[in-house]
Design a protein around this ligand. Sequence first.
Ligand SMILES: C[S@@+](CC[C@H](N)C(=O)[O-])C[C@H]1O[C@@H](n2cnc3c(N)ncnc32)[C@H](O)[C@@H]1O
Length: 442
Amino acid sequence: MSKESALGQFWTPENIASEMVQRLVQLLPKDARVLDPASGPGTFQKQFRRRKSKILELNCFDVDYEQVKLTRKVLNEFDIQGKTTHGSFIFQSPTANYDGVIMNPPYIRHEWVSKDHKERAHSEIEKNFSTRISRRANMSNLFILHSIPFLREGGILCAIVYDVMDATEYGKQTRKILDTSGEFLWSEKKKVPFKGVLVNAEVFLWKKGAPRKPKKSSSVSYSNGTFVALEKLLEIKRGSGLPKRAIYVSDDSKDKRLTSPFLTKQPPYEGLLARPNTRAFLKRTSKDVNFKILETLTERVRRETVLVEVQLVSAKKAPILFNYFIRLEPRHLWNEARVPASDNFYCVTPLEEDYHAAYWLTLNSDQFNSELFRNARDQGSGLHKLQVSDYKKVQMPNLMNLKATQRRRIEKIALKLIDEGAEKEKVREVSSQLVKEYFDAD
Ligand SMILES: C[S@@+](CC[C@H](N)C(=O)[O-])C[C@H]1O[C@@H](n2cnc3c(N)ncnc32)[C@H](O)[C@@H]1O
């Protein structure tokens, strides 16, 4: 892939850049501070310079050093305060002191946005707007939302964006966030403005509003039996607690006969299908094997000189696993092979036997995840925890309320997603759409 595509380098035509700068400056106070988070070759900077615009400070960013040098060159010839920083804007922490932001954000498809950029951008969005947008959102959307906290109340954003805000679900989510945190002052469609790319664009001016108090209750309604507490639909058990992990876990091939695959953690990038990450000594059905397990454990305790009362630990198996320590986002894992899990997980079995996958899918919807998050306790440094008593009370879409044909349809869709590898974003998107369709919950 070319550098231009990888970094979304499509320059704003001069006439549009000129119009944007003019419109923005008209709305700014004297001595304004302005930010351009993706400055490129200094397209907007040239227009500020040309008009000798009365702004106090112009700070810029670009990840491409070539572009940084070009922007600096333009600004050096324009006697104005400000800094052009070489680095990713997504990793900048906001200080809400800008009067204006002007941007042509990089258009980079979500598949090409790096994992750390995605994680950072989405966690900032969640923190700043108490909501989430689809993980399929492209870089333009992430840039727009990332820039808002940099504006003071009443500050103005002037942006040119590809047709991103109407054509896609995540674009609509971005627009909704902008609608609720400020107001659009003006916008205009531009037909195929960029050289070499056949897309239409929109230029808009938006003004940041006063911060709103986060809504106390979620959008989910509890009154009509459409949503019920998890414990009414699922059996929930904590996973197996090992008296001492170092003694009970062994990846040694000589122990293989006595150990079983075991799940103690699922790394974030592993998606939604449970994968054992180690092996553990767990109780078996054969008395002989259990005897050997006890012998081996006793030997290991002796060798390690630790104080542990050796006992057989039963395997806890369930089709769905939930790690109740949440770092980034809640995930319910499909556990096809019923791999036993450690007590970092709740082992979840839907009471309705025929629809296990449908429950798994529903538990991964954005609507349910927001409910989970609302009930989680903040442990500090980005970690949240769901106590089992809180977890059992979280409200979920009541699948039992649906007709059998509808449940069968969800089950079929879920099994197909599992078959295809259950890519996290895809699962969430499909699931959220189904919950919206059947339960009228956004
Ligand atoms: C669409 S161009 C716009 C450039 C210029 N402002 C214009 O309108 O012509 C987007 C710019 O963003 C830069 N860019 C891409 N990813 C970035 C990131 N994470 N942080 C800062 N700049 C980035 C690219 O190198 C590119 O110069």
